[in-house]
Design a protein around this ligand. Structure first.
Ligand code: KIV
Ligand code: ZN
Length: 529
């Protein structure tokens, strides 16, 4: 019979530890989309950000706290009153909230980063937990770099923060240095040597520098941890964090070994993973465990033969358990709305009637250009329809010509929401370069393209190409993406998504300035970040 003692909480830090890694930054609307998807997935805690880090972070945490129901919303803070107050204010609207304070404890961090002696670390940690408890009953403490901290000192810090009122103690392997047996021992040592440890929830937070974040997290739960901190697709600092989908499916697939359960709706894992990949523009490696494209593909004849006789010969999980359909059914231009709706639902997306109609129209248009539509095509349509930065600019017409050995030329006609339809014409080093110059001419916005990627969404010569473009503008980085069977069109739309984001953020800045010009509003937003 399942008991509370068997329940492992899933603490998702995609929006904090994940988002702070290079290439994974998200806008506030994107963070909200991810947070809602995490709530639907059934995570217990969403760490929404680090409010003291920047105004944008503060506002994103605040928005998640305001709008996302279900999970506990957590925010990270250093051991200072200013950080803790900023986090507490950002979390204010959340019905269930947690303050997560951290301080490094290892000798190397004490000496080189903090220049603090052991006693000072204990005092600062205790003081911070007490301050956090003034704002919130749910307080988590993390001794950063715990796995490289002297065991007796770690036990002293953990004991002191428990006495000060911490309700969860998280043990991070900050630099991904530990190995399973050693980490299991660390948890057993703490459980045997820290008075009061049974009163709090023990948590684990592993990084993947040596590829052992999932294994180390599982060892920690075997040794008594009852919360795992992890991220979708394992994104995070350097090599990333413990991957949520892997650690959850390990416990689900080997339930007789672990005898533990989580609240995760595993059939939502694949859609959430795709959503995040689409938002961050970070493709999922084909061979990634659980949610990679090849995770359930069987190429060799011997394997295929076994699979046909009994799927369990070569499969330890069913694709549908993680939200992938087995069939990868092919749809085409004769497929009706009903079949399309079913496919969208099987892929784990919930669209209302209006959204479904919109995506169905796009599906029909695509089916006219492309013989067979695979799951990847449908996913791309849905994700784009849900997430693209709409307006004000859109592509009205595009004409390109290129010749071997000569420069390419492009003409574009754009549409702006205010009614303008400017055109641009330019030549460049290849059709994409020419089209980008023409767009810059038409919009009057000159950007610096830092990175440009194209990859196929599905297989076949008529596969759709996904273009992701990274742009620097006025000291800020932007990312845009688009999908089409025509990669020049996808490239232009990706750049227009960036230009739309730039224009929206300029308007947002102007709105903010106007809002803060009123004394009442200025007083209200005078939060220390
Ligand atoms: O890796 C780490 O130590 C962290 C802490 C802030 C929990 O992310
Ligand atoms: Zn971390």
């Amino acid at each position: 019979m399942a008991t509370e003692a068997d329940r492992v909480l899933i603490f998702d830090t995609t929006l904090r530890d994940g988002e702070q890694s290079p290439g994974c930054s998200m806008t506030q609307p994107e963070k909200l989309r991810v947070a809602r998807a995490l709530a639907d997935l059934g995570v217990d805690v969403i760490e929404a950000g680090f409010p003291a880090a920047s105004r944008g972070d503060w506002e994103a945490v605040h928005a998640v706290a305001q709008e996302v129901q279900g999970p506990v919303i957590a925010a990270l803070a250093r051991c200072t009153r200013a950080d803790i107050e900023a986090a507490a204010r950002a979390l204010q609207p959340a019905p269930r909230r947690r303050l997560h304070v951290f301080l490094a404890t290892s000798a190397i961090h004490r000496q080189y980063k903090l220049n603090m002696a052991q006693d000072e670390i204990v005092r600062a940690a205790v003081e911070a937990v007490k301050i956090a408890r003034e704002f919130c009953d749910d307080v988590e403490f993390s001794p950063e770099d715990a796995s490289r901290t002297e065991l007796d000192f770690l036990a002293r810090v953990v004991g002191a923060v428990i006495e000060a009122g911490a309700t969860t103690v998280n043990i991070p392997d900050t630099v991904g240095y530990t190995v399973p047996d050693e980490f299991g021992e660390l948890f057993r040592y703490l459980r045997q040597n820290v008075p009061g440890i049974d009163k709090v929830r023990l948590s684990v937070h592993c990084h993947d520098d040596l590829g052992m974040a999932v294994a180390n997290s599982l060892t920690a739960v075997v040794a008594g941890a009852r919360q795992i901190e992890c991220t979708i697709n394992g994104i995070g600092e350097r090599a990333g964090n413990c991957s949520l989908e892997e650690v959850v499916m390990a416990m689900a697939t080997r339930s007789q070994f672990f005898n533990l359960r989580t609240g995760i709706q595993t059939n939502r894992l694949y859609p959430v993973s795709r959503l995040l990949s689409n938002i961050t523009g970070q493709p999922i490696p084909r061979n990634k465990a659980v949610i990679g494209e090849n995770a359930f593909a069987h190429e060799s004849g011997i394997h295929q033969h076994g699979m046909l006789k009994n799927a369990q010969t070569y499969e330890i999980m069913r694709p549908e358990d993680v939200g992938l359909s087995r069939s990868n059914l092919v749809l085409g231009k004769h497929s009706g709305r009903h079949a399309f709706r079913e496919r969208v639902q099987e892929l784990g997306f919930e669209l209302d009637e209006l959204e479904l109609n919109r995506v169905f129209e796009e599906f029909k248009a695509l089916a006219d250009r492309k013989k067979e539509l695979f799951d990847g095509d449908i996913e791309a349509l849905v994700l784009r329809a849900e997430g693209s930065a709409h307006g004000p600019w859109s592509l009205g017409a595009l004409e390109v010509s290129s010749q071997l050995g000569a420069s390419a030329t492009a003409t574009v006609r754009l549409q702006h929401a205010d009614g303008r339809t400017p055109t641009g014409k330019a030549s460049g080093d290849g059709p994409v370069d020419a089209a980008y110059k023409a767009i810059e001419q038409a919009t009057g916005l000159v950007v610096k393209v830092r990175k440009f990627e194209v990859h196929a969404v599905t297989v076949g010569e008529d596969a759709q190409g996904e273009t992701v473009v990274y742009v620097d503008y006025n000291g800020r980085s932007y990312r845009g993406s688009s999908v089409s069977t025509d990669i020049i069109e996808a490239s232009c739309k990706a750049l227009l998504e960036v230009i739309n984001r730039i224009e929206q953020s300029q308007q947002g800045g102007a709105r903010l300035a106007a809002r803060e010009a009123t004394p009442a509003a200025a007083a209200k937003s005078a939060v220390k970040h």
